[in-house]
Design a protein around this ligand. Sequence first.
Ligand code: ADP
Length: 470
Amino acid sequence: MYIDGQWQGSELSQFEITNPATKQVLGSVPEGGKKQAEQAVEAAHKTFESWSKLPAQDRSRLLADWHRLIDENKEEIGKIMTLEQGKPLQEAIGEVNYANGFISWYAEEAKRIYGETIPASHTNKRIFVQKQPVGVVAAITPWNFPAAMITRKVGPALAAGCTVVVKPAEETPLTALKLAELAEEAGIPAGVINVITGNPQAIGEAWLQDERVRKITFTGSTEVGKQLMEGAAQTVKKVSLELGGHAPFIVMEDADIDHAVAQLIGSKFRNAGQTCICTNRVYVQASIVETFSEKFEAAVLQLKTGDGLEKNVDLGPLINKQALEKVQDHMDDAVAKGGNILAGGNSFEKNQGLYFEPTIVTEASDDMLCMNEETFGPIAPIASFQTEEEVIGRANNSPFGLAAYVFSENIGKAVRVSEALEYGIVGVNDGLPSVPQAPFGGMKESGLGREGGHHGIEEYLEVKYISLGI
Ligand code: ADP
């Protein structure tokens, strides 16, 4: 673990990190708990004083140095990620580039935290508005994006002048620790970034109770997000949550079908379907559903599933047994409710890795589990619809509201549908919308707040109003 610029924790009991493709042990990390969580906050709190007062240019330069080192080490970080998480190596290196994009974006944005002056009500007064960093930030991150979920929290937090305590997922701490090592090498001062590993409940509880922690930023399940939000109420911390999704992918009859198919492949099967903005359900207008399904089937049959370190692999293993069981449950339920398997449909084990074939289920109905609950795996259920109004209603009939996709060559229709969708992100003729400069986040139970872009840094800033009598 990395606390206050020191690598520590070897005296604690350790837990093993395994490769999901082979179950081989890659290494072990300390089982930290309440004590280490408090130590990390102590370090971050002590350092906040100096870090928040550093001129923005200096914070920016340090972030730029960190960015450069991540870029120079992207192959190594990508390999660590494939080993501990399973995604194919090229995809992992792609994630490192994406993750690093948040560091460079916020290195620049650090210099643009502008205030305001507002006309006063009295001639002898002036109104100034300043932005100030919130203080110590606690970041809790998931296993599906071991690098990007960290940089898109830590990048804006550091740029704003906050210090951070980070707890990566138990499955993927090695990528996080490598990033911390490079931050140290970049000269980011001790205590600014602290990364601890260990018991999620104990660490989470310590941070929630600690009044020095002024902000919790979390990406993960809706269930844990709700618990953290409730816990944060004890000391009224600011909260940002990126939770589950259930993305609808809508194909109107005037869509460019080949383009829609290619985008669906990326949106559905990236990270073997294990992302919160992965398409979960596909709605195709009835007049084109057969043509669309045939073309989609042909594309899916080209995909290769295997160990992410092998060449030309498109889908790696699922993260663990529970993940596989959930996908299998959704599959069995879809078949029991009249779904037709057009491609895939099977799980398999190879070298102890657990895989699920990229799968298409046609004749999907709205009562299937996969049409309502987050599958987090490579199943694409296709349902047909008749009218625009109908598909908007069905797409919005969900407690989730993270990402949605709509494909149409009619610009008026595309704008109308995208405006009617109750989702924080809408890809119009675009299945891969995430970029560092755009606001990412969900409506309804998919979360609170936005990450990325100039919106993302606001989450780490307080607004201070100074009323000046002259
Ligand atoms: P996932 O289904 O992606 O594993 P989780 O919400 O369980 O989603 O995990 C996301 C992150 O939240 C991980 O870092 C995990 O260790 C952490 N976590 C899980 N339970 C808690 C908790 N009770 N308090 C704080 N963090 C938790």
